[in-house]
Design a protein around this ligand. Structure first.
Ligand code: ADP
Ligand code: MG
Length: 737
């Protein structure tokens, strides 16, 4: 990208009628002038004013500065001035300072892997001189005066001039992109560059808390970022992001020292449930380098969405340190992204820790205990299996043969079945069939000491962990949802294989496991009208009856319903305390637990659930009781096919009106008539229920499964996962066509 305007002109010429008619001679290939090459390269390194500021500030940090101040005029286009109190630049280095590939930080390729500095390519200053006017003023220790010199296109414009100077270096970048008209124009129109610079320095300031930063607009008295050196990171966050952020933060730490390769330390701060924001802020440093990592950001956002009731986006500061040879810092022109060895595992471990932290957010006292639980459940068994899996330990740089290309970004909808289908009706009502529910963010107040002691729940969770099938875990974590193959099976892709996955079994297991994990820490779903248990149980009993027309057993059923109601009323306190299933003293059900956020179970299944609680739970033994209730909740919340038949298949017949109109229908033909005979209200209820379910499967079930499900070994053989095709084989077949 040299200059947008000249590029457009060229393209227009190519398409003009004169050139289009006569076939042209192949154009002659010419070598670009070096200054043009340099300008193109410069435009890649310095993409916007903020990229220049980042490079300059990183240089100042590399020069061991303890104070860095930035002045910006006109969003950085007129002036960027960065002054530091670092070690300065020697007089004899000034002539080559701004040539490309001059650096004091790297001499041979191998050094790249042991770098502790931010710079290494020696390109930043050179780039700036190709797209702006650069003036450097610097003084080194022990000198009585400094030097000032200006640069253009990589070279000095004049010999360095002696001048008065204070400790360190000041670099002025003026008229950025003066020779790139199009870019300058685009940037002039966007007002947010100063904002980006302030944001950058805020981030830098909280990580480098041993350096004081300031940033202000040229001519302004007040600085927009002003941080002072502080030994406490939380203090620096407070001084930069304000009290409202700092007071709602929790510390997180994870580390792993796995000899097979996954070695890292992470420490940081994450926002708690009181923090409210519409935008995620992830301030991420890897080996002290400010970087972006969209995979980590998404992973954390998913945990927040799934764990906290409020739709707040998190504030996260994280500093990850890992052996330098595990980080490839050279994958992005502005060094904005880095690539890590074992990235998936690292992200996963961080994600689990964030989740544990959030779950315990209401009581910091349980932190220690929960940490132990986490180490047991997440660091040991399945983790060591996944570390040795070929996918993670293999070299990622290999070129992938076309028949092995797969959808790897599970959040990228491209290629999913539904992208090719008609969109389903929008405005899905939140109302859920017969019983309507109101979500509330009622937070259960618990005495965490008591609940943390319940070793039976810990045993059940340990049971889940020990039954986990490592191969299936891999598949579940990395598969991509393709679409629903029928009412029960979803088509998913994992590497080059296609599987049918039973969403009812999977969701039932997931809900069961989540019930155990959230034990006694549920948020609540409030029913808009309390539902009388005895009536609901009676309803379930009648539904169970094979011959519902006869009412000869009605008395008996009523008695069973009464007994079950009494039993559940007796157990109400426990059900509320541990499972957030609230039954009032009149025997009405009014609250249910939130098992996964954004998901409300099918209220048509409440009767069956209550009957199951009454009949199937072993109340006397603590562990069996918790297991039974969790299983009943799991079954209730599972993503069963809706009770109304699926109208998109043969099920449509169900919605045909019976009676007189059906006779008329037989006399006439045509679809119009057919449509007239449909029960539109029922049909639209059914369509909504099915669309809602499919939405939940894709957007709630699969993302949550990836995070939380530990698939039991039984799922490998009971038909929950069935391999249907291997893309390599399909590819071979189609290739011959
Ligand atoms: P890199 O940082 O990749 O080495 P740069 O073009 O950013 O390349 O800088 C070139 C060299 O200029 C650095 O290696 C460093 O020696 C010197 N330098 C740049 N800025 C400063 C500064 N603020 N203080 C001291 N030396 C600096
Ligand atoms: Mg640099």
């Amino acid at each position: 990208m040299i200059d947008g305007s000249s590029l457009t002109v060229e393209m227009e010429e190519e398409n003009s009628p004169a050139t289009a008619i006569a076939p042209r001679e192949p154009p002659k290939i010419q070598r670009l002038e070096e200054s043009v090459v340099n300008r193109i390269a410069a435009g890649e390194v310095i993409q916007r004013p903020v990229s220049a500021v980042k490079e300059l500030v990183e240089n100042s940090l590399d020069a061991d500065s303890s104070s860095i101040s930035v002045v910006v005029k006109d969003g950085g286009l007129k002036l960027i001035q960065v002054s530091d109190d670092g070690h300065g630049i020697r007089r004899e280095d000034l002539p080559i300072l701004c040539e490309r590939h001059t650096t004091s930080k790297l001499t041979k390729y191998e050094d790249l892997f042991s770098l502790s500095s931010m710079g290494f390519r020696g390109e930043a200053l050179a780039s700036m001189t190709y797209v702006a006017h650069v003036t450097v003023t610097t003084i080194t220790k022990g000198q009585i005066h400094g030097y000032r010199v200006s640069y253009r296109d990589g070279v000095m414009e004049h010999e360095p001039k002696a001048c008065a100077a204070v400790k360190g270096t000041q670099i002025m970048v003026e008229n950025l992109f003066y020779n790139m008209t199009a870019r300058r124009k685009t940037l002039q129109n966007s007002a947010d560059d100063y904002g980006k610079i302030v944001d950058l320095l805020s981030r830098m300031a909280i990580h480098h808390n041993n350096v004081s930063f300031s940033c202000r607009k040229h001519g302004a008295v007040k600085a927009d970022v002003h941080s002072v050196m502080s030994p406490s990171r939380l203090d620096s966050i407070r001084s930069v992001y304000g009290v409202s952020v700092a007071k709602n933060l929790m510390k997180v730490e994870v580390s792993s020292c796995d000899p097979s390769g996954c070695t890292f330390d992470m420490e940081g701060f994450i926002s708690n449930s009181n923090y409210v924001s519409k935008k995620t802020i992830l301030v991420l440093f890897i080996n002290d380098r400010l970087v972006e990592c969209s995979a980590l950001k998404r992973a954390i956002e998913i945990v927040y969405a799934a764990t906290l009731p409020k739709a707040s986006k998190p504030f996260v500061y994280m500093s990850i340190n890992l052996p330098r040879e595990h980080v490839d810092i050279n994958i992005h022109p502005t060094k904005k992204e880095v690539s890590l060895l074992n990235q998936e595992i690292i992200i996963e471990m961080i994600q689990s820790e964030v989740e544990v932290k959030l779950r315990n957010a209401n009581d910091t006292r349980t932190f220690q205990e929960q940490k132990v639980e986490y180490i047991q459940s997440t660091l040991t068994s399945p983790r060591s299996d996944s570390t040795v899996s070929p996918k993670l330990s293999g070299q990622k740089t290999q070129k992938v043969p076309v028949n092995k290309m797969v959808r790897t970004d599970s959040s990228d909808p491209a290629g999913r079945l539904h992208a090719f289908l008609q969109p389903k009706p929008h405005n899905l009502p939140d109302k859920v069939s017969s019983l309507s529910v109101v979500r509330s963010s009622v937070r259960q107040r618990r005495n965490p000491k008591e609940t943390a002691d319940l070793s039976s729940v810990q045993e059940l969770i340990a049971g889940v962990d020990s039954c986990c099938h490592p191969g299936l875990l891999e598949t579940v974590r990395n598969c991509t949802y393709v679409g629903m193959a029928d009412d029960v099976f979803a088509l998913v892709q994992y590497n080059t294989h296609l599987y049918l996955a039973n969403v009812v079994n999977l969701s039932k297991e997931l809900m069961y496991q989540q019930t155990l994990r959230r034990f006694a820490h549920f948020n609540a779903i409030q029913l808009s009208d309390p539902a009388p248990l005895s009536e609901l149980i009676l309803l379930a009993l009648k539904e169970e009856d094979l011959d519902p027309e006869t009412d000869k057993n009605d008395d008996l059923k009523e008695r069973i319903a009464e007994m079950n109601t009494e039993l559940l009323k007796e157990k109400a306190e426990m059900l509320e305390e541990y499972f957030s299933v609230y039954i009032d003293s009149n025997g009405n059900l009014s609250r249910l637990p939130v098992i996964l956020d954004q998901y409300t179970p099918d209220m048509d299944r409440v009767p069956e659930f209550l009957l199951c609680l009454g009949n199937d739970v072993e109340w006397e033994d603590e562990k069996s009781c918790f297991q039974g209730v969790s299983a009943a909740i799991g079954n209730f919340y599972a993503m069963h096919p809706p009770l109304l038949p699926n109208p998109s298949g043969d099920g449509i017949q169900f919605y045909t009106k019976r009676g007189e109109s059906s006779q008329e229908k037989s006399d006439l033909d045509g679809n119009v008539e057919m449509e007239d005979n449909l029960d539109k209200d029922l049909l639209s209820d059914a369509e909504n229920a099915w669309a809602q379910r499919e939405w939940s499967i894709q957007h709630v079930l699969f993302p949550s499964m990836r995070l939380f499900l530990k698939p039991p070994a039984s799922m490998a053989s009971n038909g929950t996962f069935v391999k249907v095709a291997s893309l390599e084989k399909l590819y071979k077949i189609f290739e011959r066509c």
